[in-house]
Write a protein that binds this ligand. Structure first.
Ligand SMILES: *Cc1c(COP(=O)(O)O)cnc(C)c1O
Length: 400
């Protein structure tokens, strides 16, 4: 919808101009917040016409959105080459569960990466199981060999690249090519890279999902999910979201669109600061592995170099000789890194993560505890000084 009627623009330009159609903005810069459940029709005839269409851009009823939501969806589609449309959801998890429900039926099997975001796993293991769908997990480094796991019941693959705790970069084009041959739908959790750094549909993915809560919102104050797909799955995705009653508030859509306008400059800064800090950490004696896709030791680094247009601000590192207690001493001593879930906001965060707990198809082999950092928009020198204080506390805890 958005893609074909616009000539190709650079990403920064798309982020600024996307979805700002004149009929939605009128005389102001941003599409206003249209709070509406009821749309009033001119006549019974007009009401009947409204029933016949099911597309964004036409008022029907509040659950189908207003220009505020359409504008955001439109902008996200425009930024994803090959997109037929985008559905919005009240969270990233809602986008993942609804997208899976749009393509799975009782009796089907679904493959998920062993590096999946934990709520994706629990949706598959609990909810999908209850509706008769079996989940199997695969090694994120599997590539085209994933075909060996296919049975005639395999109907969908949920990928996440890089994994958001452990950062393995998957060979998405190879997995998608194998899936396509077997008529299997591919879904990608593309939250880390966004379409800016990984144009998923172009790489062969059928449904690209992002937790817009992270980089699109960018300010840690809104929950939002989005799923973007090409023509083949668009109707299914849309119908399922509507049947499940998925709708986002115009206020949240407004704030998300506001975040989107600055996505390019924020991502560039997150990228630069995270790289500076990742390299600095690499040289610290306390640090073992640094799991950042742009660093050679990260599993799938070569694939990242081949497929990605950049790296964002989230990565993990190993405290080589640490344990749970000394890791806590490290994190507690930081004053510029908040301790909390989520990421992609302007403020830095540090989180203890324990991937071994979630693995079923592969073994987690690093022995030191992991810390995941969200590098925000503070000055990286200040952040490194703060991390140095963390290492001081860590070394002190180590020696007692
Ligand atoms: C946060 C996150 C989600 C879920 O998004 P919410 O908006 O918090 O529901 C999904 N995938 C990844 C990789 C995430 O980090």
């Amino acid at each position: 919808m958005a893609d074909s009627d616009n000539p190709k623009k650079a990403p920064a330009t798309q982020a600024v101009s996307g979805g700002r159609r004149k009929q939605w903005t009128e005389a102001v810069v941003n599409p206003p917040v249209w709070r509406a459940s009821t749309h009033l029709y001119d006549s019974v005839e007009d009401l009947k016409t409204g029933l016949k269409t099911n597309e964004d851009g036409r008022f029907f009823y509040g659950r189908r959105g207003s220009p505020t939501q359409w504008s955001l969806a439109d902008a996200l589609s425009e930024m994803e080459p090959g997109a037929a449309g985008t559905m919005l959801y009240p969270s990233g998890v809602a986008a993942i569960s609804s997208a899976l429900l749009s393509v799975l039926n009782p009796g089907d099997e679904v493959l998920l990466t062993d590096s999946s975001y934990d709520p994706s796993r629990s949706f598959a293991d609990a909810f999908l199981k209850r509706m008769g769908v079996t989940a199997h997990y695969y090694d994120p480094m599997i590539g085209g060999d994933i075909a060996e796991l296919f049975t005639d019941k395999t109907k969908a693959i949920l990928m996440e690249s890089p994994g958001s705790l452990t950062f393995e970069v998957q060979d998405i084009p190879a997995i998608c090519a194998a899936a396509k041959k077997a008529n299997i739908v591919t879904l990608l959790d593309n939250t880390w890279a966004t379409s800016r750094f990984f144009p998923a549909l172009e790489k062969g993915v059928d449904i690209s999902i992002i937790a817009a809560t992270k980089y699109i919102v960018g300010h840690s104050d809104v929950m939002m999910g989005a799923a973007t797909t090409h023509k083949k799955y668009w109707t299914k995705l849309r119908r399922t979201a509507q049947q499940l009653g998925q709708v986002v508030s115009p206020d949240d859509a407004y704030l998300t669109a506001r975040g989107l306008r600055t996505l390019e400059v924020r991502l560039k800064q997150h990228e630069a600061s995270a790289l500076t800090i990742a390299h600095w950490l690499k040289d610290r004696p306390e640090v073992g592995a640094v799991l950042h896709p742009a660093l050679p030791e990260c599993p799938g680094h070569e694939t990242w170099k081949r497929d990605f247009l950049g790296s964002s601000g989230l990565f993990s590192f190993e405290l080589s000789k640490g344990d749970e207690e000394t890791r806590a001493a490290f994190i507690d001593a930081l004053s510029m890194f908040g301790i909390g879930y989520s990421w992609g906001g302007f403020e830095s965060l540090a989180l203890p993560v324990d991937p071994a707990k979630y693995r079923t198809a592969t073994n987690w082999t690093l022995t030191g505890p992991l810390v995941r950092l969200n590098i925000g928009l503070e000055d990286p020198d200040d952040l490194m000084a703060d991390l140095a204080k963390g290492f001081e506390a860590y070394n002190k805890a180590q020696s007692c």
